[in-house]
Ligand binder design. Structure first.
Ligand code: NAG
Ligand code: NAG
Ligand code: NAG
Ligand code: NAG
Ligand code: NAG
Ligand code: NAG
Ligand code: NAG
Ligand code: NAG
Ligand code: NAG
Ligand code: NAG
Length: 330
């Protein structure tokens, strides 16, 4: 399956750590291309753009198996207007950048990454990759970029600390399945600002292990709204705390400010504030669903507390502006 058709990234100064990967499928054939083998110096002063492009060309040209572009650790690469372009012969590409700090991915306004996800949308059980995956990355920012048509979620963030996403346009059809804009888990100090998110699922999903998440000046819709959870699936213990969602417009979404927890699970969601919210034709502007997916008659043991809703204004499509379906356990 063709995953990566067009990929245009304009990178600013890059220290090693993109931690962004496309397609995590495991295969036995693994062809790796290290930018250093293509002449990249990694001294932070030489222009390594050509070496990156040559390594990309080889990666893109792999005809079978897994192609991996490796940007090695402990070096500092200076690249300018780097454009990773397709179509590629490789059906599965990983860009592996090792852990470091202060990565900036700047699309310069016209940069875009197309996940070409439509071929995956009919296959719910396929291992659909996120378009951008930040795993165990610290201190990075992503700005001025379009990310669209994800096979599944567009920007997945897990195990990260201190990241900023600004001026992003995330766009997929309202009927595309599970195409969350942002999917955050086990991460803290993540800021998402000044962005437009229209997809077929949550604009932002804040999952277990997340704290100090700040979302502001975002237009969300179509989509399923901004969601804490779902928490406690398969009876696990999960926690989310210190969440601030403010100055958001929800347009034609199924939910606005949402908290969802599974029956059977445990943990907590606390100190969550939603404020300065404009709503246009939103089905459930405020919703807490502690019987999410109604998988069993059991109650959810995920404790929801210290939730503040302030300054909501707008219209509800259902006539039910506030829907609270809480657990009897707390
Ligand atoms: C491919 O090789 C890279 C670099 O050696 C490695 O990190 C990665 O895990 C390998 N991928 C697979 C699917 O084996
Ligand atoms: C790009 O890679 C192809 C093989 O996939 C090769 O034939 C071609 O020479 C390469 N071009 C450059 C500029 O390296
Ligand atoms: C990179 O640097 C870190 C800390 O300086 C060190 O622990 C690690 O072994 C280095 N990795 C490589 C591959 O040189
Ligand atoms: C974006 O693309 C348009 C049209 O190609 C061009 O006019 C504009 O200068 C570009 N903007 C940036 C910031 O590169
Ligand atoms: C968003 O994607 C839809 C198709 O799903 C497309 O029609 C629309 O032009 C895109 N919007 C932007 C702003 O790119
Ligand atoms: C709210 O967001 C809008 C645009 O999304 C912006 O124009 C306005 O200044 C913001 N207001 C505050 C109080 O931040
Ligand atoms: C809740 O979070 C806010 C900041 O997001 C913080 O100022 C406040 O002290 C927290 N309250 C509690 C009870 O933890
Ligand atoms: C919400 O509406 C108010 C008044 O109509 C406006 O001042 C504010 O900027 C809007 N906020 C957003 C995020 O659109
Ligand atoms: C409001 O949303 C409902 C579905 O939730 C839709 O049927 C209706 O057309 C929408 N109204 C407007 C004015 O967009
Ligand atoms: C609420 O929204 C309506 C229009 O959507 C606007 O006229 C009104 O000023 C808003 N009120 C506040 C308090 O922002």
């Amino acid at each position: 399956m063709q995953v990566l058709i067009t990929l245009i990234l304009v990178l600013g100064f890059v220290s090693p750590c993109l931690c962004a990967r496309w397609n995590l499928e495991e295969t036995s054939d693994n062809y790796t291309f290290n930018v250093v083998q293509y002449g990249a110096r990694g001294d932070g002063k030489s222009d390594d753009t050509q070496a990156f492009l040559m390594a990309w060309n080889s990666t893109c040209g792999v005809t079978q198996g897994q192609a991996t572009l490796v940007i090695p650790p402990n070096l500092s690469f200076l690249v300018n207007n780097l454009i990773f372009e397709g179509p590629c012969k490789a059906s599965s590409i990983i860009i592996q950048v090792y852990i470091a700090n202060s990565l900036l991915i700047d699309g310069g306004g016209n940069g875009s990454i197309d996940g070409s996800g439509s071929t995956w949308w009919d296959c719910a059980s396929c291992p659909r990759p996120p378009v951008l995956h930040f795993h165990a990355c610290n201190d990075f920012s992503v700005a001025n970029l379009k990310v669209g048509n994800g096979p599944r979620s567009h920007i997945a963030i897990d195990g990260c600390n201190n990241a900023k996403f600004s001026n992003l346009l995330v766009n997929a059809s309202s009927t595309s399945p599970n195409t969350d804009g942002f999917d955050i888990a086990s991460s803290k100090y993540i800021l998402i600002e000044d962005s437009i998110i229209s997809t077929g699922d949550d604009c932002i999903a804040i999952n277990g292990g997340s704290s100090f998440i700040d979302a502001t000046r975002i237009s969300c819709g179509p989509g399923h709204g901004i969601s804490v959870g779902s928490l406690g699936k398969n009876n696990v213990h999960e926690t989310v705390e210190e969440i601030h969602v403010h100055n958001i417009s929800f347009i034609g979404t199924t939910n606005g400010a949402r908290i969802k927890t599974y029956p059977g699970g445990s943990g907590y969601a606390k100190n969550i504030t939603f404020e300065q919210i404009n709503l246009t034709n939103v089905t459930y502007p405020i919703i807490i669903d502690q019987h999410y997916a109604k998988i069993s008659p059991q109650d959810s043991n995920v404790l929801v507390s210290d939730v503040t809703y302030r300054g909501f204004n707008g219209t509800s499509a259902s006539g039910i502006p506030i829907k609270l379906d809480c657990s009897s356990l707390g």
